[in-house]
Design a protein around this ligand. Structure first.
Ligand code: S3P
Length: 175
């Protein structure tokens, strides 16, 4: 892979950012998050961007961000928003890893999180869980198609998950 980047894709709340941060601790990768990059660029939250300018505007920002990632990042783990997988150049950014989990498990984990309210509030597309489930069903096959590697994260054993990822991307892992 030309840039030696890892790109995490997967549904909202599956833990892309958390896994990225755990990987940084046991490797020499840096980590960035596309939603964070967009929020810095716009100097406002994803929630506000959706509310004021709508989803299409946000998707255009994701596109801009995808091009920037391809042109500027190396040795970086990139956690992405749940819809970022649609970017045309995603496979040119790095090795795409799909973090997979059952929909109900994702929602249960979000509900059980200490900052649960905030986690739901910041995600406009999780407001209506019936609609979110439809989106999940629609996206699952697409995530699989785009991904080079799929890692199931349902057991949420972070040590196993990080080890599996590093092994699968061929990173020397001294355990
Ligand atoms: C979205 C996921 C969100 C964020 C935005 C849209 C989506 O990121 O990019 O609310 O389309 O699935 P997370 O996957 O980090 O929640």
């Amino acid at each position: 892979m030309k840039n030696n980047n890892i790109v995490f894709i997967g549904f909202m709340g599956v833990g892309k950012g958390t896994v990225a941060r755990a990987l940084v601790k046991c490797s020499s990768y840096f980590a960035v998050d596309t939603d964070d990059l967009i929020e810095s660029l716009e100097n406002r939250s994803v929630k506000k961007i959706f509310k004021k300018n709508g989803e299409k505007y946000f998707r255009d920002l994701e596109k801009k961000c995808a091009i920037w990632c391809e042109n500027n990042l190396t040795n970086t783990i990139i956690s992405t928003g749940g819809g970022f997988y649609k970017q045309e150049n995603i496979n040119d950014i790095g090795t795409v890893i799909y973090l997979q989990s059952d929909f109900d498990r994702i929602i249960e984990a979000l509900k059980a999180a200490p900052n649960s309210k905030k986690k739901f509030k910041k995600r406009p597309l999780l407001k209506d869980l019936t609609e979110a489930k439809k989106l999940y069903d629609q996206r699952v096959k697409e995530y699989e198609k785009v991904a080079n590697i799929t890692v199931n994260v349902e057991d949420w054993d972070i040590n196993r998950i990080t080890k599996e990822i590093l092994q699968k991307v061929g990173y020397y892992y001294d355990s």
